[in-house]
Design a protein around this ligand. Structure first.
Ligand code: SF4
Length: 222
């Protein structure tokens, strides 16, 4: 196994489009305000939600946040207040799997099954969870299984803007996808330029316009 651990977040991103991972590696990640808001709300799920107090925490975490995000915050809180949430026993647990060569940070840990959940700052799909979230569940489950010494078969995805938590049980196709993406990422780390997949989610991509109509060579990307 390569000594360089692959972040689960990169696997999830590559599940949508490996070209995006290629770009991300040369563009330092800047935390979006929507993520800051959802992440801070997530620390309060399962306990009494103090609306004003949480917003003040967000303003301290991100002092430059645009005040117009307050309405986004209010919508998230409105949706989350209408739902019963489990209280987490631990937050932001860094985990690794030497066996599978991956690492990541698990948002919320619980004392009973399902033992973890992933915080997302997007609305949920109409049904189920997003393909990238399936890889997140699988990747963190592999890491936590190694840490806890027992096999985890699923987890919940907390879609904060929709106030919805969805349980997902890992399927054989997820493990197959994991192996194929891990190979693509290993090639990117080794210097290869990935190809644009046929169903790349360009319409919602931050890099839209930078690599259309479809890169196959380095010169296509810049
Ligand atoms: S614009 Fe499309 S091909 Fe380019 S990185 Fe984004 S999803 Fe991938």
């Amino acid at each position: 196994m390569n000594s360089q651990l692959i972040p689960v977040s990169e696997l999830a991103s590559a599940a949508g489009c490996p070209v995006r991972v290629f770009f991300n590696r040369s563009n330092p990640w800047v935390e979006p305000s929507s993520y800051t808001i959802c992440k801070q709300i997530s620390y309060h799920l399962g306990s009494r939600i103090e609306r004003d107090e949480i917003w003040q925490e967000i303003c301290r975490v991100a002092p430059g946040i645009d005040p117009s995000y307050k309405s986004y915050y209010d919508t998230c809180i409105d949706h989350c207040c209408n739902k019963e949430w489990r209280a987490a026993s631990e937050y932001d647990l860094f985990v690794t799997s030497d066996r599978f060569g991956i690492c990541g940070t698990v948002d919320r840990i619980y004392t009973e099954a399902p033992y973890f959940s992933v915080t997302r700052s997007v609305k949920p799909p109409v049904q189920g969870i997003y393909p990238g979230d399936r890889i997140r569940v699988l990747g963190y489950a592999l890491c936590l299984s190694e840490l806890l010494g027992m096999e985890l078969r699923g987890a919940s995805i907390d879609y904060i803007p929709g106030g919805i938590s969805r349980y997902y049980e890992i399927q054989p196709r997820d493990m197959r996808k994991f192996y194929s993406i891990r190979k693509v990422l290993a090639n990117i780390y080794a210097g290869s330029v990935p190809k644009k997949p046929l169903h790349a989610p360009c319409g919602t991509c931050y890099y839209q316009g930078r690599c259309d109509p479809g890169p196959t060579r380095l010169s296509d990307l810049f």
